[in-house]
Design a protein. Structure first.
Length: 138
C-alpha cells in the first residue's frame, strides 16, 4: 500500500511539473508575441514616414508631392517638429547638421528629389504624434 501511494504521489508530482512547464512555455510564447507586436507598432510609423519621404522625393509633379507632404504632416505634432541630421558620430557623440523643421525637410525632398538620409530615431508625444526626427546621412 505504501508503494502504491508513493507511485501515485510520484505520478501526481510528474503531472504537476509537466503542467508547470506547459504554463511557463505558454507564458513565454505570449510574452514573445507581445514583444513582436510592440516592435511592429514601433516600426510602423518609421516605415510609413520612409514611404512618404520616398514618395515625395520621387514625385513627378508638384501637386502630387504637396499632397504627400500634407499627408505626412498629419503624423507630426506640429509642422515645426525638429529634424536633426547626424553628419558624424564618434564615441557616442553625435554631430548634427543645422536643425530644420519637418515642413522644411519635406519641401527639401520635393525640391531636390533626393532622399539621401535614413531615419535613425523618432520621438513621440502621448497621442502618438512624432515630436522629433533624427536622420542619418547614408
Amino acid at each position: 500500500a505504501a508503494e502504491e501511494r508513493a507511485r501515485i504521489e510520484q505520478e501526481a508530482n510528474l503531472r504537476a511539473e509537466e503542467e508547470r512547464k506547459k504554463k511557463e512555455a505558454e507564458e513565454a510564447a505570449r510574452a514573445e508575441a507581445e514583444r513582436r507586436q510592440q516592435e511592429m507598432l514601433a516600426n510602423a510609423p518609421k516605415a510609413k514616414l520612409n514611404q512618404y519621404f520616398q514618395s515625395i522625393a520621387s514625385s513627378n509633379n508638384v501637386a502630387s508631392a504637396n499632397a504627400s507632404i500634407n499627408e505626412a504632416l498629419a503624423l507630426f505634432a506640429s509642422p515645426d517638429t525638429p529634424v536633426l541630421i547626424v553628419i558624424s558620430e564618434e564615441n557616442g557623440q553625435k554631430d548634427y547638421d543645422r536643425p530644420t523643421t519637418i515642413r522644411q525637410y519635406l519641401n527639401y525632398l520635393k525640391d531636390t528629389k533626393n532622399n539621401a538620409n535614413s531615419i535613425s530615431n523618432l520621438q513621440f508625444d502621448g497621442s502618438g504624434k512624432i515630436t522629433e526626427v533624427e536622420l542619418k546621412k547614408n
